[in-house]
Design a protein around this ligand. Structure first.
Ligand code: F3S
Length: 393
């Protein structure tokens, strides 16, 4: 891989150990994928922030980088953590809270903004065609497909290295030729709600491999619907982007396969995501990916004056920044007995320690991961249905 003189100096250690290590990671990755060079990025988003997911070993590496004065060179943001300090931190206890804080502290020392969200795109606009190094798969799909920015699906370490160097290897969907759709998907059922968009994503993720689809029949989809589609697509498979297409858009493409999906396919996938045999969840979760301001407003309006049942928990997850913007809706949700958790991903939290056995959610991604990562059965339902279940009549 070609390196500029300055990059070579970093690689040789002239700019310190942390920069050298980071450069080594990028060069190894680039060589693995036959990248010819590094390209500048405008933003890096790092996953692997939750203590539950990373455990103790990487903390030492983060500390070593920070001790060596590693500093991010671009706008650098963080994925959600395992707990919030107001609510779950108290439930899980001091040891887990302190470990989580140590991790955040190291990122802070390196200059990361404590965004703690999988929807960094609500906090800062990304320019079309901007090159990014993002590691959260749902944000990667959203960024490539909805925002028009360009990013591979980074791992936590490569996104961290890219943040420190300010560059990423030029391969994968940083290159226009690799962003061509290969599969034309026609959805003949009009999708009604976010769970159907999620089910479509989960179904496509399973059958597409890493082939990019053009999906026809998404008319009327909101950005929140597309967020659910993309998150599910990335969780069941390796697809990192999709196009929304019509006949003219798809005419001259080099399409390998055409797929028609109808109501039965969507229904079957949604049923497969429901693993619970009960209709009574212990925990209702809305906010995977993290809620937009509009979604929080919808939740607050749907709650109205009602109260959450004593036997059920209601968690609405969002970023600290969006929670701040949504203050009046947050108050309403909290008055009902629900909890608006900031900066938390419930999938990488310890819900099993709270005795949660059944999770109800409007997110196909949470439903997909619940049985393995949360050791819980899942029920997938619209946010209206989720709230009906969580609230007293
Ligand atoms: Fe976000 Fe966690 Fe869902 S990172 S997309 S809330 S699994």
């Amino acid at each position: 891989m070609y390196l500029t003189k300055e990059e070579e100096r970093t690689y040789d250690g002239e700019h310190g150990w942390a920069n050298q290590k980071s450069m080594e990671i990028l060069v190894r990755l680039g060589e693995l994928f036959q990248a010819k060079r590094l390209i500048p990025i405008s933003s890096a988003h790092v996953s692997g922030v939750s203590y539950k997911t990373i455990g103790d070993a990487p903390i030492e590496y983060l500390e070593a980088l920070a001790n060596d004065h590693a500093q991010v060179k671009v706008n650098a943001t963080l994925n959600p953590q395992s707990l919030d300090h107001e609510y779950l931190g108290k439930k899980y206890g001091a040891r887990l809270r302190d470990k989580q804080l140590i991790i955040l502290r190291q990122f802070e020392r390196m200059g990361f903004t404590q965004t703690l969200t999988c929807t960094p795109y609500y906090l800062e606009k990304q320019k079309r065609n901007a090159h990014l190094a993002w590691a959260e798969s749902s944000a990667v799909v959203y960024s490539n497909s909805v925002l028009g920015a360009w990013t591979n699906r980074e791992g936590g370490p490569s996104a961290l290295a890219a943040a420190i160097i300010g560059k990423t290897p030029d391969y994968g969907i940083h290159k226009a030729e690799n962003r061509q759709p290969k599969v034309l998907v026609k959805v003949v059922k009009r999708l009604q709600d976010e769970t159907e968009f999620g089910a479509l994503g989960a179904h496509l993720g399973r059958i597409l491999g890493d082939r990019i689809p053009t999906i026809r029949g998404l008319d009327g989809a909101t950005k929140d619907d597309l967020k659910q589609l993309g998150a599910a697509l990335a969780s069941t498979g390796m697809v990192n982007m999709f196009y929304r297409g019509n006949e003219s858009h798809s005419k001259n493409l080099d399409i390998e396969e055409r797929i028609v999906l109808g109501a039965e396919d969507i229904k079957k996938t949604a049923q497969e995501l429901c693993t619970a045999s009960t209709e009574k969840p212990d925990l209702v979760i809305i906010g995977c990916p993290h809620c937009s301001l509009n979604e929080i407003k919808q939740v607050a309006n749907l709650i109205g004056e009602k109260k959450v049942k004593t036997e059920t928990e209601l968690w609405v997850c969002t970023s600290p920044c969006v929670k701040q913007r949504a203050k009046k809706y947050v108050k309403k949700i909290e008055r009902s007995g629900g909890h608006v958790l900031e900066g938390v991903c419930t999938v990488v939290s310890w819900t099993e320690r709270l005795g949660v056995k059944t999770i109800m959610t409007n997110s196909a991604k949470t439903a997909h991961y619940a049985p393995t990562l949360s050791k819980a059965d899942a029920i997938i339902a619209t946010k209206e249905k989720c709230l009906q279940t969580a609230l007293r009549r």
